[in-house]
Ligand binder design. Structure first.
Ligand code: SAH
Length: 299
């Protein structure tokens, strides 16, 4: 099937208004694309490059001509009466097959220390000491990694290794569990979300780690009385506060919890909850507004 693609470059402030014009005139949804400067080494997060482009699609049928004219008029009015600039409409015919995979070009390998997080369709020639995590973005990736995910990935590589038992609480895409397993650990991954469990299980299989990572739906209670060397918990502060006693109880005597997902103004509350649960904070790292606390059981 053929479609008419209408693409227009807009100032960031005009994105909503332009998307609304397309919606009002019956296009089949809109795609908002933001080009990024990808770092070939994967060292830095991609940065926005240039203006966002909004794309919308109409079936390539005579009946669409009228709609197309109405859209052009509406955009012209926006341009004329608002301050935010809207570029000219670029029109092209596309085959459905051409754009099914087009979104993939926005995802690039990302490096955190010696861990490379790689979209499954990209290639990466890994150096001997590099650990490659294959990931299909699903709904858990975005064009970069969240700062809290990077914080845990960094702290994890100093600690995870062969013979370590790791619990990944709130596994999401499975990214931390997979990295820990590739570093040699045996991992239990849990998430309360059914979707997350499904996505994580898929990613674990793609990485050939189904034998080393057990995935379960639920929260910390599903792991029973096992003592872990490392508990990864990249969840929001309120959950960390509620679960602080159970996090402590899930640790082996020398074990450590790496707690992240903590925004600046909540870090004190998490410190207090940890201290009340006899967890001693041994290390703190931050990236921007986000914190990671490493804690162990008080001796
Ligand atoms: N570990 C991933 C995902 C973090 S997002 C990463 O670092 O990128 C946080 C995840 O925690 C979500 O998938 C959410 O479903 C899950 N979650 C939230 N509360 C939870 C709880 N009480 N127990 C287990 N998982 C929980």
């Amino acid at each position: 099937m053929k479609w008419i693609e209408l693409a227009v470059e807009v100032h960031p402030e005009a994105v909503d208004a332009v998307a609304e014009v397309f919606h009002q005139h019956g296009t089949n949804g809109v795609a908002i694309e933001q080009a990024v400067t990808a770092d070939p080494e994967g060292e830095h997060e991609p940065l926005p490059a240039g203006l966002p482009v909004i794309k919308a699609y109409l079936p390539a049928l005579p009946a669409s001509e009228h709609q197309e004219r109405r859209i052009e008029e509406a955009l012209w009015h926006l341009q004329a009466f608002q301050l935010a600039p809207v570029g000219p409409v670029v029109r092209r015919e596309v085959d459905e097959e051409d754009w099914a995979d087009a979104w993939k070009q926005h995802f690039h390998p990302l490096r955190v220390g010696r861990v490379i997080v790689k979209p499954t369709w990209r290639s990466w020639a890994a150096a001997a000491d590099e650990v490659v995590v294959e990931l299909d973005p699903g709904m858990a990736f975005g064009t970069g990694l969240h700062p809290t995910t990077r914080l845990v990935l960094r702290a994890l590589q100093e600690r995870a290794g062969p013979r370590k038992q790791v619990l990944d609480l709130g596994t999401g895409s499975g990214i931390l569990a997979i990295a820990a397993a590739k570093l040699g650990a045996t991992v239990t991954a849990v998430d309360i979300s059914e979707v997350a469990v499904r996505v994580a299980a898929g990613n674990i299989e793609v990485n050939g780690l189904s034998g080393r990572i057990q995935v379960m739906q639920g929260s910390i209670e599903v792991v029973g009385g096992q003592g872990f060397d490392l508990v990864l918990a990249n969840i929001i502060a309120s959950v960390l506060i509620d679960l602080a006693p159970q996090l402590g109880a899930a640790l082996a005597p020398h074990g450590e919890v790496l707690a992240s997902g903590i925004i600046d103004d909540r870090v004190d509350a998490v410190r207090n909850a940890f201290s009340a649960a006899d967890l001693t904070v041994t290390d703190e790292t931050r990236e921007g507004d986000w914190w990671l606390l490493a804690a162990g059981r008080a001796p």
